[in-house]
Design a binder for this molecule. Structure first.
Ligand code: ZN
Length: 498
């Protein structure tokens, strides 16, 4: 038995601590930092990130991994950490240093130009920067390597083990199943309830969100809830998980459902086993699994009839004049009202994933060299028309709306839909495993659901790949059936559909 693990451990602890510092600076930048601090902060972050990268690709780490790869004396949790680190090490060391630098520069440039091009709705401004970035991402994918096709290498960064072929099949099934549901629901929906556009004091919205996330089980002694323009959750370190929501005077539901979503992410991070904290296997196994937890709390819980029946009286206590006359039926319809939108982040549960599938198919065509960046706006608009029956009238409400491509996050979009599909299947398993779950939710009592998620999802961290964990939880591989069943049942009840 070698002592390679003991020699690796201090290196892992050092990377963990640099990671803490990076994330704290990022959180501060998004939540607290005065705007003029940006340049100084960017420099500090770049230095720390270089430090982290240097530690990760250190040849000494490679030597230790070579000793540990097939070491039969490692227990299962250490062996899992070695597997996860091996993945990260290989992905990082295969990309040449000059390509890493070129990518960082191209990302920074493209993002900067995107922030200017979007308000002007001018894709032509961004096009040369985006074309360069896509070329570099192709080189990156080729350097990393892939089993079947280039896009696999990009997908694998966010959703380890997922393949393009699997997603093409899954997303094809999804579009086929979703379109009739979307058509029926959008036909039946009618005008949105008026309270969706009323004014609600923002301080009281914030106070309500704080009460709500505590009620769900978020520990304010192990985290914070703040506000930021784009809600997010970040794990700083052990027992320090920060989430944000946003408030808008005319969108009461936006703050509440952002808080429910982010609390799902935060509860997952806080539920990871303490004994694995900071180790490679102590993390979440994929973004799709992370997103399953946020969607589950936001949608399967937050938009369910039992939970909205709990939520409404609580809200009336805070907004008695604004909501006093609202009925439970109207409120439930309001939180589920389909908002057939050109903008992905404003889309509802029924149409949201059609937006994601479009982005996936465009990315795929670009990485297969079947589409050029110059033709992207037209392909986008055609796809919107085919998938959603809407055609953007300009680039701002079309191809320029998301920042993902401008920051080099190609391959990221599919994780949103994987998360949605995971959430429906995991919640169905939870419901089967918890007698009387609806009664709990109607009383606002989430303790048994959270305990179930801790045992079945959170406690397993990254000890196994996400697909293995998913099959253990739900009893089979991922399909679109649980999600489609969930949507059909919900909307059949709301709009009296067959
Ligand atoms: Zn999320």
């Amino acid at each position: 038995m070698s002592d390679a693990w003991e020699r690796l451990l201090p290196k892992l602890e050092e990377m963990r601590d640099i990671g803490h510092a990076i994330r704290l600076l990022m959180w501060d930048q998004a939540v607290m930092m005065p705007p003029k601090g940006n340049a100084g902060r960017a420099s500090s972050l770049a230095t720390l990130e270089t430090l982290y990268h240097g530690r990760l690709v250190d040849p000494a780490v490679g030597d230790l991994l070579a000793e540990l790869d097939d070491d039969p004396s490692l227990d299962t949790t250490r062996a899992a950490s070695v597997r996860v680190l091996r993945r990260e090490y290989d992905r990082s060391t295969r990309v040449p240093e000059d390509l890493v630098r070129a990518l960082a520069t191209a990302r920074a440039e493209a993002y900067q130009v995107w922030t200017e091009a979007r308000p002007k709705s001018d894709f032509a401004m961004l096009e040369p920067y985006l074309a360069k970035l896509f070329e570099l991402k192709k080189q990156e994918a080729d350097a990393i390597g892939y089993p079947v096709e280039r896009y696999d290498a990009l997908l694998d960064a966010f959703e380890p083990g997922a393949t393009t072929a699997d997603l093409e099949r899954l997303f094809g099934d999804l579009v086929d199943g979703l379109k009739p549901v979307a058509d029926a629901v959008l036909d039946a929906a009618g005008d949105p309830p008026g309270f969706l556009f009323d004014e609600f004091d923002e301080d009281r919205q914030r106070a309500f969100c704080e009460q709500l996330v505590t009620q769900l089980g978020f520990d304010m002694d192990a985290g914070r809830l703040d506000t930021s323009p784009h809600p997010f959750t970040i794990m700083i370190g052990l027992n320090d998980v920060r989430q944000t929501t946003r408030t808008n005077r005319r969108q009461l539901l936006s703050s509440i459902y952002a808080a429910l979503h982010e609390t799902g992410h935060a509860l997952y991070e806080l539920g990871l086993p303490e004994e694995l904290a900071g180790l490679p296997a102590g993390a979440v196994p994929s973004l799709g699994m992370h997103e399953s937890q946020s969607r589950l709390w936001e949608n399967q819980v937050g938009r369910s009839r039992p939970f909205t029946d709990y939520l409404l009286p609580e809200l009336k206590r805070v907004f008695p004049e604004e909501l006093g006359m609202l009925s439970p039926d109207e409120f439930h319809r309001g939180v589920n009202h389909p908002s057939h939108s050109l903008i992905r982040v404003e889309a509802d549960e029924v149409t949201y994933n059609l937006h994601v599938v479009l982005r996936f198919r465009l990315e795929l065509a670009l990485f297969r060299d079947e589409l050029s960046v110059a033709d992207l706006p037209a392909a986008w608009n055609d796809g919107m028309e085919a998938n959603l029956g809407l055609r953007p009238s300009n680039d701002a409400e079309g191809v320029l709306q998301d920042m993902h491509w401008a920051i080099g996050s190609m391959g990221y979009f599919p994780t949103y839909t994987i998360g949605t599909l995971n959430a429906a299947a995991i919640f169905a398993a939870a419901r089967a495993g918890i007698d009387g779950l609806d009664d709990d939710l109607r009383a606002g009592d989430c303790t048994r659901l959270l305990a179930w998620l801790r045992d079945n999802v959170h406690a397993h961290a990254y000890l196994a790949p996400a697909s293995e964990l998913f099959e253990r939880i739900t009893g089979g591989p991922l399909t679109v059936t649980p999600f489609l069943d969930y949507l059909r049942d919900k909307y059949a009840a709301i709009y009296d559909l067959p």
